[in-house]
Design a protein around this ligand. Structure first.
Ligand code: NAD
Length: 315
């Protein structure tokens, strides 16, 4: 299968590329190396992929490049490029979110609509739900984002649905629930939490710690993405870890694995949903999704990776 992966140098995108290559796919990676976080981490993410003979990498912005040439002969497009982060999406930053999440998705869908694609897989987000009326949350509830980020992810999901119904683009939008694992983005809670445990620096905890998240291990996510691409399913499906836990429980688990954490309690800001929890019945039925990694094992992998990475930096 010839796959194009946008956002290939990012956290989830680089894991997806490795997973596809291991499964025997040919992969064309596209990434603009944006500076939302240290771009050298993106170069690091790509380093393990570039020697693979079935991998090619293009540094390009979806909004400024000839997509026709990059999508040539693609059978599946996995669209992960985007501007993540809930808290910074307010105010003047919103236009960056609108460009990288909404406009870039429309440009890609437009370039893809005439191609004989097997699947167009979009990395949507649990943030589309906001404070959902039911837990676990099925795809049928009316999405009501509580952050500007969530608004742009929902709008991009609508673009995928629009091109599916109007032009037959075989799109699947997967609503990913808080993804974690080695190489997680440095702005995300677990990466900062493990860093705090290993360095003794305080961990800024926004809110009372009772907020729950349906944390999903990155290998389960990329397995779901490829399974969705190979299934007959189109439309929208949740991909969650299956067992929400509170931030307090997550902190206790990291302390067990990596040592004590000094918590710097801060007020919760606007834009954060209080609880998230995925109903994954649809994904299980349509493409056999079943999360395999529990929080303890997934965090243990992250701690192992962070320790090794720190040692490399020290050497
Ligand atoms: P990431 O920031 O590590 O990866 C996104 C990549 O997209 C970056 O490397 C960036 O350089 C690239 N990019 C941004 N705009 C681009 C453009 N216009 N053209 C080309 N490349 C561009 O983020 P991530 O955590 O790996 O998330 C990947 C996707 O999954 C995002 O779309 C995000 O919204 C979605 N998502 C992530 C999570 C999570 O918990 N990490 C949860 C739900 C959804």
């Amino acid at each position: 299968m010839r796959a194009v992966v946008t956002g290939a140098a990012g956290f989830i995108g680089s894991h997806l590329c490795a997973h596809l290559l291991a499964a025997g796919d040919t992969v064309v990676g596209i990434d603009a190396h944006t500076d939302y976080y240290d771009p050298s981490l993106k170069a690091r993410n790509l380093r393990a992929l570039t020697p693979h003979p079935a991998f090619t990498s293009h540094r390009a912005d979806l909004l400024e490049t000839d997509l026709g040439a990059l999508l040539d002969r693609a059978e599946v497009i996995y669209h992960l490029a985007g501007q993540p982060g809930v808290r910074p999406s307010w105010g003047v930053e919103f236009s960056r979110y609108a460009h990288r999440n909404l406009l870039a998705t429309q440009a890609l869908a437009e370039a893809a609509r005439e191609l004989p694609l097997r699947k167009f897989v979009y990395a949507s987000s649990s943030s589309v739900y906001g404070d959902a009326p039911a837990f676990p949350t099925p795809e049928t509830v009316c999405p009501r984002p509580v952050s500007p980020y969530g608004v742009t992810k929902l709008a991009a999901e609508h673009v995928c649905e629009l091109y599916r119904t109007a032009y037959g683009l075989p799109s699947v939008s997967l609503r990913l629930f808080t993804v974690y694992g080695p190489r997680q983005r440095p702005d995300m809670a677990f990466a900062r939490l493990i860093d705090a445990a290993l360095t003794g620096e305080p961990f800024p905890l926004h809110g009372d710690g009772e907020q729950t998240r349906d944390f999903t291990y990155v290998q389960d996510v990329v397995t779901a993405m490829r399974a969705a691409a190979h299934s007959g399913f189109t439309g929208v499906a949740n991909v969650g870890g299956g067992r929400p836990v509170s931030m307090k429980q997550a902190i206790a688990t990291v302390e067990q694995l990596a040592g004590p954490v000094t918590v710097d309690a801060r007020p919760g800001g606007p834009g954060e949903a209080r609880h998230t929890g995925a109903d994954i019945t649809l994904a299980e039925r349509e493409f056999g999704y079943r999360p395999r990694t529990d929080l303890y094992d997934g965090l243990a992998d992250m701690v192992r990776y962070a320790r090794t990475w720190r040692r490399c930096l020290d050497d």
